[in-house]
Design a protein. Sequence first.
Length: 346
Amino acid sequence: MLEHSPSRPSPVTPAPRYPGWVTEVVAPLSAFIDEAKDPRALFGDLREIGEGESGSVYAARVLAPAGRERSDADATEAEFVAIKNVPLVPNGSPKLVDLQRELSLMRGVRHENVLTMDEVFVDIVEDGLWIKMELMERSLADMLLLIDEGIVIEEKPIALFASDVLHGLSYLQKLGIAHRDLRSDNLLVNSAGVAKIVDFSAAVQVLKDEPSRTDTAGIIYWQAPEVRTPPYNALKVDVWSLGATVWEMAQAEPPFSDVQDPRLIPHRWPSLHQAEIYSRSFHDFLHLCSQPSSLRPDPDELLKTPFIRNASGRTAILKLLSECKAIENRASRRHSSGSNGTVSVL
C-alpha cells in the first residue's frame, strides 16, 4: 500500500478549494464565503463605477442560470448589482482583517436604510474577493459636487435624507452599533430614492450600559467634538455627524472645511450662509444635533421633530437623481464632441 504524498490530498485532508496560497489567505473569511459558486458564472459585463481604499466597485449584470438561453425579455429586465473587488496577495493584507471584522459585525444586520454586503465569493482567475451588494445610484457627496452645475437640494428633500439616516441609526443603535464615520461619502441613494448608510469599517458594537470608547474614528469635519477628547459615548457621535452632513447639504461643503488646525475647531457649527432662507425647524434640528453628548437626542427623538415630520415625498429625491444624470449626460456629450476633432476658436 502506497503512502499518500504530502502534495496529494487524502480523504482525511481533502483537496483545497482554491489553488496555492489563496486557500490560506481566505481561510479567516471562510465562514462568509460561498465556496460552491464561481462569481464569473453569476455576474458579467462588469463596469467600474468607483474606487475605494480596499478595491474597485463595479456595476455587474446578473447572468442567467447555466443552460437557460437569454431572451429579449431578459435583456430588457436585466438585474444589476454592485460588485466590490478586493485583490488578494500571497502574504495577506490588513484590509482582509478589517473586512473580517466588518463582516462579523454586520452579520444578521438587515434594514432598508443600511447597505450590507450580501454575499462573498473568491475569484480564482484574478485572485480576488467579489463582494455582492445592492447597486446604488450615487452618494450624497456626488450630488453636492453638482451644485455648481445647477443642482439645488432644498430643505424638505434634505429632511427626507435625514429621516432615512435616522431610521437606519435607530435600528443600528438598538443593536449597540455605532457607525462613527457618518458623512456624505458614506450615504448612498438607490434608484428608488432611498438613502442608505454604508462602509462600517470604523463601526463598533458596544453594550448599552457601557458605550464608552477611547479610540479616534471619523473625519474631522463630521466628527463629534468629544471624539477628540476621549472617552466618549460611541452611541452619541453619529447624531452629531448627521447634523454636520445636514449642514453640508445646505452649504455644499462640510463645516469647518476652511480650518487648517483641528485644535481650532469649535464645539458648535458656524452660522449658515443665508440663514434666513431656512425654517425655524431646520435651525432647531441643527441645534439639537450639536448639543453636548449628554444632552444630544437619540435618533428616535429626532424623528419626531418638525423638521423631519415636514420632509418631502420620495418623488423629490427621484427628481434630484434625474437632474444629476441629465447634467452628467450633457457633460459627457460635450466631452465627446470635444474629442472628435472639434476645434475651439478663442
